[in-house]
Design a protein. Sequence first.
Length: 534
Amino acid sequence: MTDLLTRRLALFASPENRALLGQGLRGVERETLRVTPQGRLATTPHPAVLGSALTNEQITTDYSESLLEFITPAEHDIAAALKRLDEIHRFVHANLDGELLWNESMPCVLPPEEEIPIAWYGTSHIGTLKHVYRRGLALRYGKTMQCIAGIHYNFSLNEGVWTLLRELDDREQNVEPSFSARDYQSESYIALIRNFRRYSWLLMYLFGASPALATNFLRGRPHKLETLSDDTLYLPYATSLRMSDLGYQSNAQANITPHYNNLHSYIRSLSQAVSQPYPAYEEIGTKRDGEWVQINTNILQIENEYYSAIRPKRVIYSGERPVQALAARGVQYVEVRCMDIDPFEPLGISLKTSRFLDVFLHFIAFEESSLTSDASGAESRCNFAKVVKEGRRPGLQLEQEGKSIGLQDWGLALLERMQPIATLLDAQAGSEEHAQALQAQREKLRDVELTPSARVVREVRAAGNSFAAFALKQSSEQAAQFRARPLSEALTAEFKAVAATSIEQQESIERMQTGDFDTFVAAYRASTLGNISV
């Protein structure tokens, strides 16, 4: 443990300070494809019984009409958020009319690109804008890549925690005197992100669960994967092909490399990307035959198009773009985006995994975080790329400040440094769940066969070397488990009421809008529109 980490943890020795650790917020966003009972993409419209994808805050769609997204409320205890996620799953399963939820990050066997339906949000200007944005994604990256699913984990610390840390840093003269409380919190979250980028390879080893994929996912692209069967490709030591260069990739985004040394540099990088034209996109243009095909021809159409394993976030007000909210009021929470769907967990993520994420995120928040350089940034990216493709390779070596170190040795050392945080969180919660979650990860580092990716490979082999057969079997069994636990009448009525209200809200937006769509897009570009979240 570093001296700084020791001193920071000492701040929470008293019960009143320790209680602040239980007052942060957690939330989960879970993506999942709708598929037929045969494991093919369901190309049916978003079920009306689930409400409006535009205005239902808990059940919506991501890229495709077939790609559902479930969003939990922010809760002090992640167990409460997962309880709500379970209820959402049970409601949806009861209303899928025979369809299933694909419980894997890598998609099912997909139809031709032109048959993958882009999400539709109605005829309002904002709904059309969301649809056009997705048309742009199809042109830029292809529809297939957009069918990958993941878990997003939202995390914040109570502002009282930042106040305590600021007081310590002030005493030790470790903070800019001119920093306001908002500045200090923002830069502390950016420091957390720097540490995340250094250590997120560990999450890929421990929780990566996509070492195999359906052959037709690559659409004939060149690759270096190995063949398990006619319908399945894999890498024998991979942990997360989803997070490799076979998953989310973009040549246009290759030069967006914010150092995360301060919030201003991050905002500047994204602001430039959303305003700088990209030649290949300029050749396409914004319209074809009079129809909009992308919002603009810049490197990014909007900030959220930037693919990153973690994002600084702030809830936006009406009329704001994400970077404007960050610039105006600072960072409020972080969104961890690299977590694969765990196919062995019906919700895609377990409580034990979530408890460990809380330990990990507290650790990187409290741990010293040096500024990044081109060399250190490249080292972090190299470690991450190596682990997602060969993290289970015996004796795998990573780079730590220019020196070689074994993955297992480094991982175990990191977990040892996290132990006091697990103890602290358990003392606050009156449980042993965080320590138990930490111990489960130690066992994975000592025995690679306990990792989800190793288990997936074993199960795919047992399913006739077929990724699709394995994933369909898991998804079907888990669907049966959810349907065997129907919601109470009261909860069912609550979900149906929310769905009905959301449809009414969409219809109201469509009735009340004025002007034409071209004017709306121009206003959006000028950031003068209200209540936009694309």
